[in-house]
Design a protein around this ligand. Structure first.
Ligand code: FAD
Length: 341
């Protein structure tokens, strides 16, 4: 069989990182990325980009931990290289604070971040409304530069990228051997996945260079995440809302909540508002499927539904998706050598 032709649909963090892992693990493949939007117009571009996992109830914890560890290790190496600023990756230290101690004092990812510990009484004095807190160092991945960095690496390996909206996976059948579906919330329409739903999130990006530590309330609804140029303030979680327009009353509410955690933010200025739809599902759909139309087969690998935590696990799920692409290639080679016998 000639070099297998693989089409990756989607140019968010999942599509681009999956395309890169396919190139790394199957160098004989010819990989093309097709997407109706590229950075800076994807959901990934809106993400705060903190490596703090969200829990998927339908995925075993050891698998989620593995995805997170692989992503952390990969980005940690970039943060420790000369490419850190171009790729938008930095280490950030800070606090997760609670009004009362949580049921689980040690989250499953506590040994994957750096220096996880309970906050001291002296540290807690910064947050008079809180009785418990955790301090740790994690990574922040700013997607607008990170996606450009991934695109640059893909182009350097010969990957082609085209602006194209796909209405039906079968339209790619005559051009490609394997399709990889990384369409995020777009999979709701593209493959009719009714288990996938949007969770609308609104965030503010402000100029407040004096804020150096992240602060997050225990349920993750209010957060302050300092980045390389701006501080991200969040957030909201509105299930089943498809509305991409910023809401001014929500902007005020987010700003007030963040100021109650970090009063110095009252002096923040140049507020920009962004909205994104988290592609949510009870578990990530990371699966191989063979579509069949009147005996004609089309191998597909799905990698979508990362909800509120796609940046935190992207490299781990991309590696698993690339492994599934490898299985598809082995199956195609098996069937083409069988056909020759
Ligand atoms: P997307 O970025 O949406 O990419 C999907 C791609 O598919 C796009 O390029 C789109 O154009 C393309 N596409 C879709 N349909 C089609 C089609 N039919 N034909 C062609 N192309 C198509 N995660 C974290 O880990 N940490 C955080 O701090 C964090 N903060 C967040 C804050 C907010 C406000 C939001 C909204 C999300 C946040 N997330 C965070 C979650 C994270 O953004 C997502 O999990 C992640 O971006 C999903 O990536 P994706 O590549 O699957 O989707």
């Amino acid at each position: 069989m000639a070099a297998p032709k693989v089409a990756v649909i989607g140019a968010g963090v999942i599509g681009l990182s999956t395309a890169l892992c396919i190139v790394e693990t199957c160098p004989s493949c010819s990989v093309t990325v097709l997407s109706d939007q590229f950075s800076p117009n994807t959901t990934s571009d809106v993400a705060a980009g903190m490596l703090i996992p969200h829990t998927y109830p339908g995925t075993p914890i050891h698998v989620q931990k593995q995805w997170f560890k692989e992503t952390f290790t990969y980005l940690f190496a970039i943060s420790n290289s000369a490419e850190a600023s171009e790729a938008g990756i930095q280490l950030v230290s800070g606090w997760q604070v609670f009004k009362s101690p949580p049921k689980e004092e040690l989250p499953f990812w506590s040994d994957a971040v750096l220096g996880f510990r309970s906050m001291s009484e002296a540290e807690l004095q910064k947050f008079p409304q809180c009785r418990f807190g955790q301090a740790f160092t994690t990574l922040k991945c700013e997607c607008p530069p990170y996606l450009l960095w991934l695109e640059k690496r893909l182009k350097a390996t010969g990957v082609q990228m085209y602006n194209r909206k796909i209405s039906d996976l079968w339209e790619l059948h005559s051009e490609y051997d394997i399709i990889v579906n990384c369409t995020g919330i777009g999979a709701h329409q593209l493959v009719g996945d009714k288990k996938l739903f949007p969770v609308r999130g609104q965030v503010l990006q402000v100029y407040a260079p004096w804020v150096k530590n992240f602060i997050r309330d225990g349920d993750g609804l209010t957060y302050i995440y300092p980045g390389i140029h701006r501080v991200t303030l969040g957030g909201t979680r509105e299930k089943e809302s498809w509305n991409l327009s910023p809401d001014p009353s929500t902007t005020k509410d987010i700003f007030d909540r963040c100021c109650s955690l970090e009063p110095s933010l009252r002096e923040a200025h140049d507020i920009k508002v962004k909205v994104g739809l988290r592609p949510s599902r009870h578990c990530v759909r990371l699966q191989r499927e063979v579509l069949n139309q009147e005996g004609v087969k089309l191998p597909v690998v799905h990698n979508y539904g990362h909800g509120a935590g796609g940046i935190s696990v992207h490299r781990g799920t991309a590696k698993d998706a690339a492994r599934l692409v490898g299985e598809c290639i082995a199956a195609l080679r098996g069937s083409s050598s069988g056909a020759k016998l």
